[in-house]
Structures are given as C-alpha cells and as structure tokens.
Design a protein around this ligand. Structure first.
Ligand code: AMP
Ligand code: ZN
Length: 436
C-alpha cells in the first residue's frame, strides 16, 4: 500500500518531540485563555495565573474541564481572546437545544484547520487528480466549509454542492466524474436508493472513496456502503467546538481515526467520575485545541464515547487513533432500565442483507413500561415473496436485536422510501415517552 503524506515531518513526529510541542502549544493556549472573560477567573482559581504555571506536560491536568453548558454561558463573546478585527470567521451552533454556542477563528486558525484537513484527506490517498463533491451543508454547520478549504489546499477539484437536491447531486456525480464524496452515512444510503430512478447507474460513475461523518454509524454500515458503491469509505470525525471536521480521520489502513495530536490534546475519561482512562478503554473523549487563538478551548468534554487504540498504525503516523464513535453520553437511551445506544441497534440491523437503507427507532409508553419499536425498510423484492418469508425475516431481526440489547423490540418492516429521509444529520430516534 502506497503511503502518502501531506506533512510527513509532523505526521510522523516521535513521541518525545510531540510532547515537547504539545507543552509549548499548551502554554501558548493558556496565555491566550487568560485573556478571556470565561477562563481568566477559572484558571486563577485553579492556581494558573500565567503560562509559567504550566511547567510540565502533565500540568494540563490542573486545568478544569469545560462543558457545553459553559460554552453556552459564554455566548456571545466570553471566550473571545483576540480583537474582533483579527477574527475572519465565526460559526455558531443552531441553538435548537438551548442557547447557541459560538467559535471565532483568526486567519491563521482557518489556515491551520485547512492544513489538518489536507493531512487527513491525503492520508486516504486523495490527490489533485480527484474530483471532490462536498455534500455536507455549507454555512454555519462546519462540515461543508471545513473540508472545502483543505480539499482546495491539496488541489482537488471541489464541487461545493452542499446537502440535499439528490437528483442534481447524482447528475453532477456523473457529469464531472466525482471520485470522492463527503457525506453523512444516512444520505449516501439514500443516494444509492435513488440511482436507478434518476437514470444513472453505478457504471456511469467514477466514484472511488467517500468520507462519512457527522453522525454515528456502525462498521456494518461502512461495509454496506462499500459494497453497494464498490468504493472505500473512511470515517471522519469532528465537532464545531474543535473547528469541525479534521479532528480525527482514518488513513488508508481504515483501522481507527488518527487524531492530530500536535493540535488536539486527547484524553478519554470516565464520564461519571472524570477519572482518566487508559488506552483501549471506552469513555468520553476530552479535547484541548492547542492552536486556535481566537477561541481557546481547554479540556472540552465532547460527550462522544470512544476508545484510544493501542499500538502504531501501519501507515507510520505517530498520532494515536480512536475507535469509531460508539455513542454519546447524552444519546444513550434507557429502556426499561437498560442502557442502549442507537448505534447498537444499527449494528444489528445493518448486518441483515434484506434490510434496505433506512430505519428509525421509536420509543413509546405501554402502560408503565417502555416499548421499543424499530421500523426498518427492506428491499422491495421481499414484498413480492411469500408472507412466511417476511415473518421469518421479522422474527430474525427481533431475535438478533434481543440478543444484542437484551430488550425485546417490536419490529415493523416497511417498503423502500416510506420512512422519513434526512439530507443532513439523521434523526433516527423518536422518543414519545413522557419525560418526568
Ligand atoms: P457538530 O458540532 O454539529 O458538527 O456536531 C459534532 C458531533 O457530531 C460530534 O460531537 C459527534 O457526536 C458527531 N459526529 C461527528 N462526526 C462523527 C463520526 N464520524 N461518527 C460519529 N459521530 C460523529
Ligand atoms: Zn494510519
């Protein structure tokens, strides 16, 4: 396997040099944080009055954790560390679940972010010969613009289509021979189901790769997309608080996402106790952005659950890898007292070959008990078969789900195209239980 690098020196930096660089950058970030309304009193309270109070690499542990609620409290400028004239862009969250949050960027911040994306996509084998169709939304959501600038830096031909408008997406894929897509897992599955209808077939496309991210998905979904399109799928992880995409990305080896540790100080903690966990242990990812100057963010609790992989990757990059995101500390469902992540349900249904490309999870109250209903689209040819076959399929899905999540679900089989379609992040879970 040919290994390409964008910045070989930094991507293969040895551990000791990495720690020296991290410490230097942490000190710079702390200096910068001390200029903000939010961090100044916080850091002082923790005994950090200047960057000189961070002497050793381990000293990051003195810094208190930052949460999403802290960010909300800071809206709009409690975390702004530079003069507004030095800010070239800002991104806010939608605020649909409360006060929005905002992240400001200087010109250098944007440039460094694009560097991270450039490293990431070159690690998958992307070159200036690729045609890159970016199907992530542009605008406040960081998925679109985030990948855009990195892809241009590497010299790919970028089609900044954004999300939605499936027919046109497919037409553009064909007309310009798109070789790489950046897209959510749910939307790429939808695109596949619309190929025939739009008069375009797989053989008309030159697709080679897809970067899938923005929402959790299982290894089986990756395999399914790879088989359906005959392409390689790479997992891409990011969050707007840490810029956006380019935090973690799979290389050509596809065995976990390298987190760019010269920029992101990576920790995994026990979400209940806050205790730091070792490698290979699942917990909450905590990240410090070591390079952003407009909005410093220290030890940010992402609420994403993953584990750090042990050992070196075959690509020789020294930056450690994390597993796929297994769920979020806040999307965990408690069903009749049992903890279930939606990703566990997806893992099961996507390994069943008759299952199509869309599904939804419904939660309802039945008397005092919770009822879990999993609605699954199956391929239409199943509906022309006999009823016994459909019943058998239903029982199989129920059984496999029960074995995996311990709960006995109701399963409904639906025709392709009958469940709601999502062009951005999918809303897979509908919880109709009354919350007390
Ligand atoms: P946003 O800040 O709106 O971009 O949302 C970021 C969140 O999307 C992350 O904290 C994750 O929960 C989720 N996310 C992003 N990329 C992935 C991925 N590859 N796998 C699973 N979840 C992801
Ligand atoms: Zn690698």
């Amino acid at each position: 396997m040919e290994i390409n690098f964008w910045d070989k020196e930094i991507e293969t930096i040895d551990k000791a040099a990495l720690k020296v660089l991290q410490l230097k950058r942490l000190k710079e970030t702390v200096s910068c944080a001390l200029k903000t309304q939010f961090y100044k009193p916080r850091l002082k309270k923790a005994g950090i009055n200047s960057a000189d109070d961070i002497k050793h690499w381990e000293d990051y542990k003195k810094i208190p954790l930052t949460t999403k609620d802290d960010l909300r409290e800071c809206y709009p400028n409690g975390l702004l560390a530079v003069d507004m004239k030095d800010v070239v862009r800002l991104h806010t969250s939608s605020g649909t679940t409360g006060t929005p949050t905002v992240i400001y960027h200087t010109k250098n911040d944007i440039n460094h972010w694009a560097e991270l994306v450039a490293r990431s996509i070159v690690a998958t084998g992307a070159t200036n010969e690729d045609v890159f169709q970016n199907m992530m939304s542009y605008g406040m959501f960081t998925g679109g613009l985030g990948l855009h600038y990195g892809a241009e830096k590497v010299g790919l031909t970028v089609i900044p289509m954004g999300g939605g408008n499936t027919k046109r997406q497919i037409q553009l894929m064909k007309d310009f021979g798109s070789t790489i897509l950046h897209i959510t897992p749910s939307y790429i599955l939808h695109i596949h189901s619309k190929l025939g209808e739009s008069g375009v077939e797989l053989k008309d496309l030159r697709l080679r790769k897809a970067y899938l991210g923005a929402e959790p998905y299982s290894e089986n979904t990756r395999k399914k997309v790879e088989q359906l399109f005959k392409i390689d799928v790479y997992n891409s992880y990011g969050l707007s608080e840490m810029n956006g995409p380019g935090v973690g990305f799979e290389c050509a080896h596809k065995c976990g996402m390298h987190v760019w540790e010269d920029t992101y100080l990576l920790e995994v903690i026990d979400p209940k106790t806050g205790e730091s966990l070792g490698e290979d242990k699942e917990g909450e990812i905590v990240l410090t952005n070591l390079t952003r100057r407009a909005t410093p963010l220290l030890r940010y609790r992402t609420r994403d659950i993953a584990a750090i992989h042990k050992g070196l990757c075959g690509c020789k990059r020294t930056h450690r890898r994390i597993s796929r995101i297994l769920g979020r500390t806040d999307d965990m469902l408690i069903i009749n007292g049992v903890n279930v992540y939606p990703s566990q349900i997806e893992e099961v249904i996507m390994r069943i070959p008759q299952v199509g490309t869309n599904y939804q999870i419904y939660l309802e109250k039945e008397g005092t008990l919770d009822k879990l209903v999993v609605k699954v689209e199956i391929y239409s040819k199943m509906f022309s078969g006999n009823l016994a076959e459909i019943d058998a399929l239903k029982s199989r899905i129920v059984e496999e789900l029960r074995a995996s999540i311990i709960i006995h679900p109701a399963v409904e089989l639906h025709e392709p195209g009958s469940l709601p379609v999502f062009e951005g992040k999918a809303k897979r879970v509908v919880d109709n239980r009354v919350k007390l």
